[in-house]
Design a protein around this ligand. Structure first.
Ligand SMILES: Nc1ncnc2c1ncn2[C@@H]1O[C@H](COP(=O)(O)OP(=O)(O)OP(=O)(O)O)[C@@H](O)[C@H]1O
Ligand SMILES: [Mg+2]
Length: 263
């Protein structure tokens, strides 16, 4: 049963060009998906459909049991947590970290009331603590480093206790320590049985946290492979996806990939 997400033959067409092309993909409860694909493959477009911000040109999309086109997306959005660059741009830089997370509980990006429920504030503080941001809750969002912003956005995405969590390149721009810290935290989340179903876009297999269960690879808008990580994440599939010969190594529950030497 694909009760979290079910896309059937979904295409998004702009200017006669399919950004995603007849994509069929489903997420069931408890699954944690990694989405891999080269620049321009359609990953962000796919997450925009999954988060109800884009409607398919053709095909059908059901999200959390509701069919896009016949449901109030504003209600549905409350049940989906989204962290990506487009969300980052919408957040006012002069709000504090705590406000940025707290406003998500009220379905907006701008803080308008002085009084929030104490329980909401406690929840926001607990989420920030979980993401390693407890010492920065009073800081202005605009003054944060890239990594601190990303962690704030993930806390924000979790604030409404979503049933589906979508992360678009959460580790992009982080230094090695920042990446490893984030992978550890995402791993804890992925392995938490009470955490929502997840789909995370990344370019790097090194960013796949333990606990992720499935992988979707897309290239030029089309699904190349979709299935359990153990069987679908192979050197062959990865090479086809990125268009060059790659080796893939698994050490424990982490992955690494390299191009084959020339000659
Ligand atoms: N409104 C639009 N009109 C025309 N083309 C668009 C539009 N929006 C996106 N595209 C194109 O669609 C393709 C897929 O874009 P998308 O942002 O989904 O890729 P992506 O896989 O997220 O890439 P990246 O890894 O660089 O983030 C790109 O070639 C992009 O230029
Ligand atoms: Mg993208």
């Amino acid at each position: 049963m694909s009760d979290v997400l079910e896309l059937v033959d979904v295409s998004v067409v702009r200017e006669g060009h399919a950004l995603i092309d007849q994509v069929s993909w489903s997420i069931s409860e408890g699954e944690r998906w990694v989405i891999l694909g080269p620049n321009g493959a359609g990953k962000t477009t796919l997450l925009q459909v999954a988060s109800t911000y884009l409607f398919p040109s053709t095909g059908t999309a059901a999200i959390l049991g509701e069919k896009l086109g016949s449901v109030d997306v504003f209600e549905l959005r409350q049940r989906i947590g989204l962290a990506g660059a487009s969300m980052m741009e919408r957040l006012p830089s002069d709000q504090t970290v705590l406000q940025v997370v707290l406003t998500a509980a009220y379905g907006m990006t701008v803080s308008w009331r002085e009084q929030y429920e104490t329980t909401d504030e406690q929840r926001a503080l607990a989420l920030l603590d979980r993401l390693g941001m407890a010492h920065l809750t009073g800081r202005k969002f605009g003054t944060l480093s890239e990594g601190e912003r990303k962690r704030t956005l993930i806390a924000r995405a979790l604030m409404t206790d979503p049933e589906l969590l979508l992360l678009d390149e959460p580790a992009a721009g982080l230094d090695l320590g920042g990446r490893e810290d984030l992978v550890r935290r995402l791993g804890a989340l992925a392995q938490d049985g009470f955490a929502p179903a997840m789909a995370m876009v990344t370019h790097h297999v090194e960013e796949i946290a333990p606990g992720f269960t499935h992988v979707l690879m897309i290239r030029q808008g089309k699904v190349l492979t979709a299935g359990p990580i153990d069987t679908a994440l192979t050197a062959r599939n990865l090479s086809l996806c990125f268009g060059l010969p790659l080796t893939l190594e698994r050490r424990g529950d982490r992955w690494s990939a390299q191009g084959l030497p020339l000659g």
